[in-house]
Design a protein around this ligand. Structure first.
Ligand code: HEC
Length: 410
């Protein structure tokens, strides 16, 4: 009795001309969290008792990827229906708060409206598919909320109608689906710092210190490890916690920053570092060279995504010496191809460097390529591998200081 009564009231109060017809149902009728659904007007069977089914899903994904575009599919099936309608909302699972953004795939069949900060997508008259039997689907695009939103819930109501042009004899179904965000793993990227140096003698080659900085923009705690490798590819012990470790665990609470300083009074040790970072953690390194009798010199080691294969880097040997640090972060041997161009663009030489898995090398560029013509000149260097991974950094040593020459992806 009650639903029919409500519906008639609605008609008499003029609600139906404004909202309640097959062109678009009134808002907030998805049945979310025990709320109202289409059966306040439509009657035929009890809710979800018409022998059919309704579901909502993210097409092709068991979890949502924060910030990514997904397509949602509403599937309404019923053995007797001949006309169809639906309404969909995307909310945070814990509260009636909009989750992400709904966008229409097919604006002639579906309509998007908002009420109380919540978006609803529903059928339009052209989307009711009169005459279609057994099952219908509607697709709706959804831009997922950013990382940290937690689980989201889709609530949907469907009307498997009898095509009689009124609200009687129809079957209303409701359904919901909850999705978790991808685990952090699928969003982590592997980075390499191709030059790590610590220890050494300030009176000879200099005393080196490397500091790694990481900062978190996440809203929850993040954990990762930094792995260190010697030039020959084997795990490299670095000073840590009063002893040494080849791998340093980093735990960042929400919004926090850490600095890992690698310093030693022992012999000069050189290698490189690999780290898998979630997209919410940013980082870089700085190394410092102390030489007796002159000011210390520092240079930035940018974190380079190790999946890139082609770089270009400026070199300047006018009054400097360019040193390259190149690591192979991958598990297969690589051949690194180098092509040197002068400032006027003319190519003056090429070379290749072979690196086994996890190996790293550092060399004076003009010596390695046997290109004395580089001395007193400047230009650009192309660095590439045709397969496998590559991580590269240039260092420009001058009479008073050293600085990094950042390679750019090309
Ligand atoms: C306030 C009352 C009211 C509510 C709530 C309501 N409807 Fe309706 N609906 C009507 C009326 C009245 C008609 C018949 C007039 C028309 O088609 O415009 C109708 C017609 C329809 C039809 C065509 C039925 C047929 O047999 O031809 C569909 C499909 C439909 N509604 C879907 C929905 C869906 C889906 C919802 C819930 C999300 C919903 N309606 C909620 C009042 C309502």
């Amino acid at each position: 009795m009650k639903p029919v009564l409500l519906c008639l009231l609605g008609s008499f109060m003029g609600l139906i001309p404004a909202w309640g017809h097959s062109a678009r149902p009134p808002l907030a009728m998805t049945g979310a969290r025990g709320g109202l659904t289409c059966n306040i007007c439509h009657s035929g069977t009890n809710l979800n008792a018409g022998g059919g089914s309704l579901k909502v899903e993210i097409i092709g994904a068991g979890k949502y990827t924060p910030g990514a575009k997904h397509t949602l599919r509403v599937t309404l099936a019923d053995p007797t229906a001949e006309r169809w309608g639906f309404q969909l909302t995307a909310q945070l699972s814990g509260a009636a708060i909009q989750a992400g953004t709904l966008n229409l795939v097919n604006p002639s069949e579906t309509v998007k409206e908002e009420e109380s900060g919540l978006e609803y997508v529903a059928h339009r008259a052209d989307g009711t598919r009169p005459g279609q039997r057994n099952q219908v689907t509607w697709d709706v695009d959804w831009i997922a909320p950013p990382q940290g939103a937690g689980n989201v819930a889709f609530f949907v109501a469907g009307n498997a109608a009898n095509r009689n042009g009124n609200e009687f004899g129809d079957k209303i179904y409701t359904a919901s689906a909850e999705y978790a965000a991808d685990s952090g793993d699928t969003q982590t990227r592997s980075y390499a710092l191709p030059q790590i140096a610590f220890g050494g003698n300030a009176n000879t080659d200099g005393k080196w210190t490397t500091t790694l900085y990481f900062t978190s923009t996440a809203t929850s705690a993040t954990a990762f490890t930094v792995d260190f490798f010697a030039n020959n590819g084997s795990p490299m012990p670095v000073p840590f916690g009063g002893g040494t470790a080849t791998s340093i665990p980093v735990n960042l609470t929400a919004g926090s920053t850490t600095a890992i300083e690698l310093s030693s009074s022992g012999a000069l040790t050189q290698g490189w570092a690999a780290v898998n970072l979630p997209s919410t953690v940013k980082g870089f390194g700085i190394f410092r060279q102390d030489v007796t009798g002159r000011s210390p010199s520092e240079a930035v080691i940018p974190l380079a995504e190790d999946s890139k294969q082609n770089y270009v880097m400026v070199w300047d040997d006018t009054e400097f010496t360019t040193v390259m640090a190149i690591a192979n972060p991958g598990g297969t041997p690589v051949t690194v191809n180098l092509t040197v161009r002068l400032a006027n663009g003319n190519q003056i030489g090429t070379g290749a460097v072979n690196l086994g898995p996890k190996e790293k090398t550092a060399f004076v560029l003009r010596t390695q390529l046997n290109l004395p013509a580089m001395q007193g000149a400047s230009g650009a260097l192309d660095i590439s591998v045709s397969s496998g991974k590559l991580s590269v950094l240039g260092l420009r040593f001058g009479p008073t200081a050293v600085t990094s020459m950042p390679p750019a992806e090309r």
